[in-house]
Design a binder for this molecule. Structure first.
Ligand code: ATP
Ligand code: MG
Length: 600
């Protein structure tokens, strides 16, 4: 699966309102360099919605010779795990490696960051750093010391205070959008008392929930986020990155804007639900009187896809409740699930870029995604023959052990197609749905007494239907007209149907997994209980017969099984390469069906 893409004149860079704005800033020379970031919280695996954000942020950086940082937004130790950090790195590298990797925001592991100082303190990560094999992403948790120092500064400036209200009372005092809140009784503590309490919060003197650090803004603001939003809370929980070092953790609204500032981000691009947070984002930065240019937040609409859930919390529920086999189940809209299913990274990029960037929430038809996948696969995938639901057909005019070599095309789309040899033998398998004992009208496939062409081989005739005592089909018997093979006198004799087949004696058996949409309604997220609209038939497992060349198929390779769709060996369960001894376990996933099945 080669999916490197390059910017060329044939593929103009996308345009949208954010790119237009960045272009204006570039024209005005407002910044020395455009710096963006992709800031996932490592509390789950990345999904297709994140792909949109990754391509937007890395895309803008690349188009403007800038830099995009991958940053773990890891301020909540209770929900975050190393497994998620690792999966995020792998997924981002898979999605955009070879495309925007020159500006991947990695810092060399263990290296001393460039010593730039702000307010006399080291200010890390301002210089672009080259990605290396031994590297780690940026993370909010590596700024905890600096963030703490900024909080002390806010207290000194009278812009933050330690509050002893319980979480429930804090909520009550906040009021409601149509009703002003009430000042906390702790709001007017002296700077000295606040500093003392905040130091002791850090030292672990107080239990969880006993105290918090709050911004001092306006309890009557129409914007709820400005009603003295919490900046720090006490959590006696170890962190996957900082271990036991902290029991005081910053909240998103405080950590995010300052992490952006520390990294020299110019454009902090996020989704619409953060629009109301923007005044708080600006307030924190402006309250500190910081010397360098401040980052600005811009919002765009999330990607929502039909028949799909794009929420880590809900995807986690699918995993925990074992609706799917894991985060990388090929039915999941996670990047790891899509990769395992065989969706090329280039198809994902094509899709998320093609749907555009807007300010309006909408639901993208899943057919648009499927179209992008087929477009990518059609040119890349080699053709093979496979039979999913086999019926045996005995060609009685061929001798047992006789082999007739037939040439099959691997890549009909290519300018110089290559071929391989298929063995036509006395016994073959055909697809059970290509035979009908009582054919419906306009059925052009095989029927008793009827003829059909076996693709790449010859025309065959069905002479006899063999059944068991219970009336079940056992096998078909027929004859091959070898004069209709390519290069033979009757090669252009026409019959209405052409079907696929494999030799019964020279084939390999494989488990084949067919997938359908995971949900039965277009908007599962709008349901009261999305678990109630899970598609009970989203996975079908078959034992199929494949042409023998597929025994060496490896994960990462993609094939078109003619008339059946695109398939890839399963990266977890399929044995790669030829068997050391005995039969290998071959497992194939169907990535997607073909748009039009031919000869039907
Ligand atoms: P989820 O709701 O799935 O948990 P999130 O926004 O909480 O998503 P984050 O890890 O915070 O997940 O997301 C990282 C970045 O990806 C954020 O900037 C967020 O705005 C963006 N993002 C998340 N979901 C989507 C989506 N569906 N479409 C586009 N961008 C998204
Ligand atoms: Mg989030």
């Amino acid at each position: 699966m080669s999916d490197a893409i390059s910017a060329s004149a044939a593929t103009p860079a996308p345009t949208d309102f954010i790119r237009d704005l960045v272009a204006r800033h570039v024209a005005e020379q407002r910044y020395a360099k455009i710096v963006t970031r992709f800031p996932p919280e490592p509390n789950g695996y990345l999904h297709i919605g994140h792909a949109k954000s990754i391509c937007l942020n890395f895309g803008i950086a690349r188009e403007n010779a800038g830099q995009c940082n991958l940053r773990m937004d890891d301020t909540n130790p209770a929900k975050e795990e190393v497994e998620y950090v690792e999966s995020i790195i792998a997924d981002v590298q898979w999605l955009i490696a070879g495309w925007a990797d020159h500006c991947l925001g990695f810092k060399p592991k263990g290296a001393t960051p460039t010593a730039v100082t702000t307010n006399g303190r080291p200010d890390h990560y301002l210089a672009p750093v080259a990605p290396g094999a031994n590297s780690e992403p940026f993370s909010a948790s590596s700024y905890f010391d600096q963030l703490y120092a900024y909080a002390v500064e806010l207290i000194k400036r009278g812009k933050a205070y330690v509050c002893d209200l319980s979480p429930a009372d804090t909520d009550k005092y906040r009021g409601a959008p149509d009703r002003p809140g009430k000042d906390s009784p702790f709001r007017n503590r002296s700077v000295a008392e606040n500093l003392d309490l905040f130091t002791r919060m850090k030292a672990g003197e107080f239990p969880e929930g006993a105290r918090s650090l709050r911004s001092k803004i306006d309890m009557a603001s129409p914007n709820m986020w400005l009603r003295d939003q919490l900046l720090y809370r006490i959590r006696h929980t170890a962190h996957h990155h900082t271990g036991d070092q902290w029991c005081l953790y910053p909240l998103y609204d405080y950590a995010h804007c300052l992490s952006d500032y520390l990294e020299g981000i110019t454009h902090s691009i996020c989704t619409l639900e953060f629009t109301d947070h923007r005044p708080l984002y600006d307030w924190v930065l402006e309250s500190l009187g910081l010397p360098r240019p401040l980052p600005h937040q811009y919002e765009f609409a999330k990607l929502n896809l039909g028949y799909t859930i794009v929420s880590k919390r809900r995807l986690l529920q699918l995993v925990n409740e074992k609706v799917v086999a894991g985060w990388d189940d090929p039915r999941m809209p996670t990047l790891s699930g899509l990769r395992r299913r065989g969706v090329p990274a280039s198809a994902l990029r094509r899709f998320v870029t093609g749907v555009g960037v807007t300010k309006f929430d909408s639901l993208t038809d899943v057919a648009v995604f499927e179209h992008a996948i087929r477009e990518e696969l059609n040119t890349g995938a080699q053709r093979r023959l496979a039979v999913l639901r086999p019926v045996r057909l005995v060609l009685t005019n061929l001798a047992p052990g006789e082999t007739i070599e037939c040439r099959a095309t691997n890549d009909p789309q290519s300018e110089a197609p290559s071929t391989r040899v298929l063995a036509l033998t006395r016994e073959v398998f055909i697809e059970s749905e290509d035979f009908a004992e009582v054919p419906p009208p306009k059925f052009f496939r095989l029927k008793p007494g009827g003829e059909v062409r076996l693709k790449y081989a010859c025309i065959i005739k069905c002479d006899e239907v063999v059944k068991d005592a219970a009336g079940r089909l056992v096998e078909l018997r027929g004859t091959a007209d070898l004069t209709t093979r390519s290069g033979q006198p009757n090669s252009d004799r026409k019959v209405k149907g052409t079907i696929h087949w494999v030799s019964a004696t020279q084939c390999v058996e494989a488990e084949v997994r067919l997938y359908d949409r995971l949900f039965i309604v277009p908007e599962p997220a709008a349901e009261e209980d999305f678990l109630k609209v899970v598609n009970p038939r989203s996975l079908e497992v078959l034992t199929a017969k494949l042409e023998s060349s597929l025994v060496t198929a490896c994960p990462g390779e993609l094939y078109q099984f003619e008339r059946l769709g695109y398939f890839t060996p399963d990266a977890k369960d399929s044995a790669a390469g030829p068997p050391p001894a005995g039969a290998p376990r071959l497992v194939f996933n169907r990535t997607i069906t073909l748009k039009d099945a031919w000869a039907k």
